[in-house]
Design a protein around this ligand. Structure first.
Ligand code: NAP
Ligand code: G4F
Length: 325
């Protein structure tokens, strides 16, 4: 039985990845940080199947002793401060988690478990003000937020440890991926949750920022499969994971309101400058041909299906909450 250590297991991707690894017969160990409340709703259904260890990416000793004690075959580093606007408010902390945190995990592996295979959660946010369309593994980075800058550091330190110490360390450059488990501050879930609340009469408006920004959105369940496939290869290499289709925030909004039977979004959506960013990433679209060719990876859920599944899940959830009250 292989052992996988997952940092960020309480996040959206961590929950889908844990489910996949359990299906594949792994012993799954999740690193969580101590908080005063114990709310881990995304992995509540997995608590009997996953082992949990307490650690923090800010704390080198905790990470090193976890790697030593768990003796993982594979390490998935998903933990990060992952919300882009927060990175302008807390740039130093974002750098500590999202950039130096990667080095702390790599250092632990190098020192006590160099045979472990390592996956780093890199991001399309590294392409930022894109220098070419679509973006591939060789496209130059031009990050537009402290988060993007931190991810570029995490990406290159992974490459550097692979080349310096011969570790099996890879980076997945993943484009936006969403689901019913996405945090409610991200635009897709903010929209599906807002639509559900409007549908059930809890509010009458949804305040958003830039409706013209474009993203290449896929389904998180499809994307964690790519992470796992990257660590099953013979040689460590980096891959872009994307659908190759791009849509605007406005497209997402339009389909979401139509799915809920609310008609035109224009009756409900207001523009709020608080949600407009100091520097924007206008157009992300990825070319995942290398992953298709070498990993046999394909996304299975389309953009339209993604919007519908998120809206339906939130409408059902809000209806159930109201019924309980
Ligand atoms: P998420 O839902 O925000 O989850 C982030 C996870 O990191 C949570 O489990 C969080 O734990 C943990 N974490 C944060 N700071 C930590 C620290 N100091 N020590 C230990 N754990 C810490 O993010 P996600 O959407 O699942 O994304 C997973 C990873 O992929 C992130 O690195 C993200 O930057 C990257 N990524 C995401 C996307 C996307 O579209 N989703 C695309 C490209 C790359 P708590 O529960 O304790 O907060
Ligand atoms: O959903 P978002 O906050 O995601 P963003 O910034 O693309 O970052 C996500 O994807 C990255 C991969 O490219 C990850 F690395 C990162 O961790 C995270 O998961 O915003 C998407 C777009 C932006 O252009 C933003 O300006 O939506 C636009 N937007 C418009 N109104 C809004 C809003 N974003 C948010 N969060 N809230 C709004 O009201």
């Amino acid at each position: 039985m292989k052992t996988a250590l997952v940092t960020g297991i309480t996040g959206q991707d961590g929950s889908f990845l844990a489910e996949l690894l359990l299906r594949e017969g792994y012993r799954v160990v999740g690193m969580t940080r101590r908080t005063s409340t114990d709310v881990h709703e995304r992995i509540a259904h997995l608590v009997d199947d996953v082992e949990f260890v307490s650690g923090d990416l800010l704390d080198q000793m905790s990470v090193a002793s976890i790697v030593d004690e768990v003796a993982p075959d594979e390490v998935y580093n998903l933990a990060a401060q992952s919300f882009v606007p927060a990175s302008w408010r807390q740039p130093v902390l974002t750098g500590e988690f999202t950039a130096l945190g990667v080095t702390r995990v790599l250092e632990a592996i190098r020192a006590v478990r160099p045979s472990a295979r390592f996956y780093q959660a890199s991001s399309s946010e590294m392409f930022g003000k894109v220098v070419e369309v679509p973006q591939t593994e060789t496209t130059a980075f031009y990050p537009r937020s402290p988060y993007g800058v931190a991810k570029v550091y995490g990406h290159w330190i992974t490459v550097n440890y692979r080349e310096s110490y011969d570790l099996f360390a890879v980076s997945g450059i993943l484009f936006n991926h969403e689901s019913q488990r996405r945090g409610k501050e991200f635009v897709t879930r903010k929209i599906s949750d807002g639509v559900a609340r409007i549908k059930h009469g809890l509010t009458g408006t949804l305040a958003l920022g830039n409706l013209d920004a474009k993203r290449d959105w896929g389904f998180a369940g499809d994307y964690v499969r790519a992470m796992w496939l990257m660590l099953q290869r013979e040689t460590p290499e980096d891959y872009v994971i994307a659908t190759g289709r791009t849509h605007s925030v406005r497209d997402f909004v339009r389909i979401a309101f139509e799915t809920a039977g609310l008609g035109s979004y224009e009756r409900y959506v207001t523009l709020d400058p608080r949600f407009v960013r100091p520097a924007e990433v206008d157009l992300l679209v990825g070319d995942a041909s290398k992953a298709r060719r070498e990993l046999g990876w394909e996304p299975e859920v389309s953009f339209e299906e993604l919007v519908e599944l998120m809206v339906r899940a939130d409408c059902d959830r809000v209806a159930a909450e109201l019924a309980r009250v």
